[in-house]
Design a binder for this molecule. Structure first.
Ligand code: ZN
Ligand code: ZN
Length: 614
């Protein structure tokens, strides 16, 4: 008839009824009837030459229904690609080249005979291969496709492809509780989810030794087969990655947003009598999901039997945790912060609210510790100290995992035993020589410098202060410490206290400039002049360590000024007299001043001006 291409022919046929684009889309109806009459073959024979021969393995039906003999449109779309991949090695060996039906089967993107990846584009012109090319073995550009060097697939990729191939042909069986059709249906959902998880595509591509940029579809299907084969570890890892990516369809906040439609799809399969995916997802959510609340509203937990599984969930809401532990609301967050409980906090909703989940096991461990734990009074008695000193130890972090409940502090026995152990480890007996102080006297004497019981215990543990047990029966009450050690450490203790609380004015003078003590009255003048900011605490005025740092960065003494300007002291005082340099505090600006204080910024400007002039 002179037609150069099949397109005009198909266009003519289209006028006579609905003509499928591809033979694989052929369904019972007028076109099949025409073909039956034309070819004088029963319709089953014609259908069996198309994808419909795999209908029993691919058409998803409720469990127990007799298998289908025609693939529904969904199954064809899911499992067969509209592009036309081919195996160059197969074509090369064909005497009469022909396309294989299985080349377009997406779960097996590999030729299992030649162990190579199917090609989708012409290697010469890089254009996608078309189903309507007139010569199977040649591209439109004239390239002979059989000449292409096949790309060998990795053993791991091949074994996954062979498994899917065998399942399709009925040689191997998928999970015992799932039909072959359900297995491919779920694979398709997983593959779609994998294609939306770039991190997983890259990871799986590395395992399969395939480039996910060129073979995204192939990698996604093989990676889906991998998840189905290595359950449940691989599924858990994938869901961890999948829940982190942004979903296009934001159904709602929480679990729906994190898992897209995967949960609903698993629930649908379960309803049709194929429960394994739903069971696996449920297990994952109960054991590993820590990003939000789970309730009976989530489709997989609507059934009362499944809902009850939520009670055993590994991650529990913080309100439940605080109830279990007898804490005030909000205390759980602090325990998570300090590492006593294992928990995760996620922003939820538009108002920046935080949803917190706590690991059940960590709550139960703490719960039993607190149940057997002791209160402050009992500990004071055991350690032989006043109860306010017990609180000192708690706040100093020396009674770890102590928790303030609604009924007061509860302290785990192990934490107390730890301190008792420290006392037992000390040398026993009255010291022969040297000045030794009982505990109470030591804190009285060095308390003003900032010595607390907590700090003393820390120093004893670090072996920086020698200690002995004069009376082992009395625990802390029988402890004596070396006065000489404490006296030597006093400046360090004071400095540490000042660092934490801020410097009182009478300490600041000696700490402000190293090696150059300054009188308290001068410091007071600087505060009055607004050069230094202090805050009131009771009767004392304290200067915060940050403020001290700022002051040191902003001002300096004459030695530093000479260094910055690279001049001698006599030049500096001459410049001062000439008005070139103006100190913020000094003989010429402040009556009664014995030395000068300079603003570093002023000196920097002057130094720059001098360099430019030079
Ligand atoms: Zn082949
Ligand atoms: Zn080409």
């Amino acid at each position: 008839m002179g037609y150069q291409s099949t397109t005009p022919l198909v266009a003519l046929l289209a006028g006579r009824g609905r003509v499928p684009y591809h033979l694989n889309q052929l369904r019972p109806g007028r076109v099949l009837d025409y073909l039956t009459a034309l070819l004088r073959q029963p319709p089953q024979t014609i259908a069996s030459l198309t994808v419909h021969r795999f209908a029993p393995s691919l058409a998803l039906l409720p469990k127990g229904r007799p298998s289908a003999n025609i693939c529904d449109a969904g199954a064809i779309q899911r499992c067969f690609t509209s592009s036309c991949p081919l195996c160059p090695a197969c074509l090369a060996k064909d005497q009469v080249p022909y396309e294989r039906l299985l080349w377009s089967f997406r779960p097996v993107p590999v030729c299992v005979d030649h162990k190579c990846i199917l090609i989708r584009r012409c290697p010469a012109c890089r254009r996608p291969l078309r189903s309507d090319r007139q010569d199977v073995s040649h591209c439109r550009c004239g390239h002979k496709l059989g000449d292409t060097q096949p790309v060998v697939v990795s053993p791991h990729g091949l074994s996954l492809a062979v498994k899917s191939h065998q399942i399709l042909l009925g040689v191997a069986l998928p999970s015992p509780e799932m039909s072959t059709a359900a297995c491919f249906w779920w694979s398709a959902r997983l593959a779609a989810a994998i294609r939306r998880t770039p991190a997983w595509l890259v990871e799986a591509g590395e395992r399969l030794a395939m480039d996910p940029q060129h073979h995204a579809d192939a990698v996604s299907w093989l990676a889906a087969a991998e998840i189905l084969t290595d359950r449940p570890g691989r599924l858990t890892a994938f869901l961890d990655a999948f829940q982190r990516i942004d979903k296009h369809k934001t159904t709602s906040t929480g679990v729906g947003r994190r898992f897209g439609t995967l949960l609903r799809q698993a629930a649908r399969l379960e309803k049709l009598g194929h429960p394994p995916p739903a069971t696996a997802l449920r297990e994952y959510l109960v054991e590993h999901y820590a990003s939000g609340h789970l309730s009976g509203k989530v489709c997989l937990f609507r059934h009362p039997k499944d809902h009850s599984a939520l009670r055993k969930r590994a991650w529990i809401p913080q309100t439940r945790a605080s109830k279990m532990l007898g804490l005030r609301h909000g205390a759980v967050a602090r325990l998570v912060e300090s590492g006593i409980l294992e928990g995760r906090f996620h922003p939820a909703g538009r108002h920046g609210r935080l949803v917190g989940l706590v690991h059940r096991q960590s709550v139960q461990t703490l719960q039993s510790e607190l149940r057997q734990g002791l209160d402050v009074r009992a500990i004071a008695k055991r350690l032989g100290i006043d109860h306010h000193r017990v609180l000192d130890l708690v706040h100093g972090g020396l009674l770890p995992r102590a928790v303030r409940t609604a009924k007061g502090w509860r302290i785990p026995r192990a934490s107390v035993a730890d301190l008792e152990g420290m006392c037992k480890g000390l040398p026993v007996g009255n010291p022969a020589s040297g000045r030794w102080l009982p505990l109470r006297e030591a804190t009285r004497k060095f308390g003003p410098a900032g010595l607390t019981l907590a700090l003393l215990v820390e120093l004893i543990r670090a072996k920086r202060v020698s200690a002995r047990m004069a009376d082992p029966e009395k625990c802390f009450h029988g402890l004596v410490v070396s006065e000489a050690d404490l006296a030597a450490l006093a400046p360090e203790i004071r400095n540490r206290r000042d660092q934490e609380r801020g410097y009182p004015i009478h300490h600041l003078g000696s700490a402000l400039f190293v090696g150059r003590p300054i009188k308290d009255t001068v410091v007071a003048k600087w505060i009055a002049a607004g050069l230094l900011r202090a805050r009131k605490s009771g009767r004392a005025r304290l200067v915060a360590p940050k403020e001290v740092d700022r002051f040191r960065q902003e001002y300096c003494l004459a030695e530093d000024a000479c260094r910055i300007l690279a001049i001698t002291r006599s030049t500096l005082s001459r410049w001062e007299a000439e008005g070139l340099v103006q100190p913020v505090y000094g003989k010429r600006v402040t009556p009664g001043a014995g030395f000068s204080l300079y603003r570093r910024a002023d000196l920097a400007i002057l130094s720059r001006r001098r360099r430019r002039a030079a």
